[in-house]
Design a protein around this ligand. Structure first.
Ligand code: GAR
Length: 208
């Protein structure tokens, strides 16, 4: 059983896609043991409770400084002894202490084809605004391992999504979720649960 902890900040549609994939047998040998949010109002926490997973909050405002928040987050994650940590719309830069404690065990979903529209300042709707502003014809989503540099870890799966005339950031965000994110995140977890992803020379290699 791949013990998995999911970190969230908002609506949690990617979390829901993972929970549904487990319920439907598309992800096997995997258990979501806890969902942890920095935001107590995240709807993702309700989704976790409905699915019977522990729903936890670690809120920056409850700590004297960033370091204390990071340590508390690390301690909370460690309580669940995860094999895998999934960032599913987690809008906090991942603390270095967490990256060091779980090398190649943290994955993130980014709503663009990395290395386009990623790094500092590129999150959520802003990514889609930037893609539309640049006028790219294809965008998409990327699941990657998290390393010490923002959005630079080994890429596991990417899926392209076409941009259409008349797209707004909101319309594009929804299409990228439906056509890419909600598919590739469960796929990546299923591959990891079955030992099919290795990191070799800084790149993720998928075996059949
Ligand atoms: C998703 O589009 C995810 O790719 C993005 O936030 C959204 C969360 O939605 N993540 C980032 O931008 C990370 N840099 P959700 O809460 O409904 O899953």
């Amino acid at each position: 059983m791949l013990k998995t902890v999911v970190l969230v900040s908002g609506g949690g549609t990617n979390l829901q896609a993972i929970l549904d994939a487990i319920a439907e047998g598309k992800i096997t040998d995997t258990e979501i043991t806890a969902v942890i949010s920095n935001n107590p109002n995240a709807y993702a926490l309700e989704r976790a409770k409905k699915a019977g997973a522990a729903a936890e909050v670690v809120r920056p405002a409850d700590f004297p400084d960033r370091e204390a928040f990071h340590e508390a987050l690390l301690a909370k994650v460690k309580e669940y002894e995860p094999d895998l940590i999934v960032l599913a719309g987690f809008m906090v830069q991942v603390p270095m202490c967490l990256v060091k404690a779980f090398p190649n065990q943290i994955i993130n979903i980014h709503p663009a084809l990395i290395p386009s529209f990623c790094g500092k300042g590129f999150y959520g709707l802003r990514v889609h605004e930037a893609a539309l502003k640049r006028g790219v014809k294809l965008t998409g989503a990327t699941v990657h391992f998290v390393n010490e540099n923002l959005d630079e870890g080994p890429i596991i799966i990417q899926k392209a999504v076409r941009i259409k005339e008349g797209d707004t950031p909101e319309i594009l965000q929804r299409r990228v979720m439906e056509e890419a994110e909600w598919q590739i995140m469960p796929e990546a977890i299923q591959l990891i649960a079955h030992g099919k992803v290795k990191v070799v020379d800084g790149k993720a290699v998928i075996s059949e």
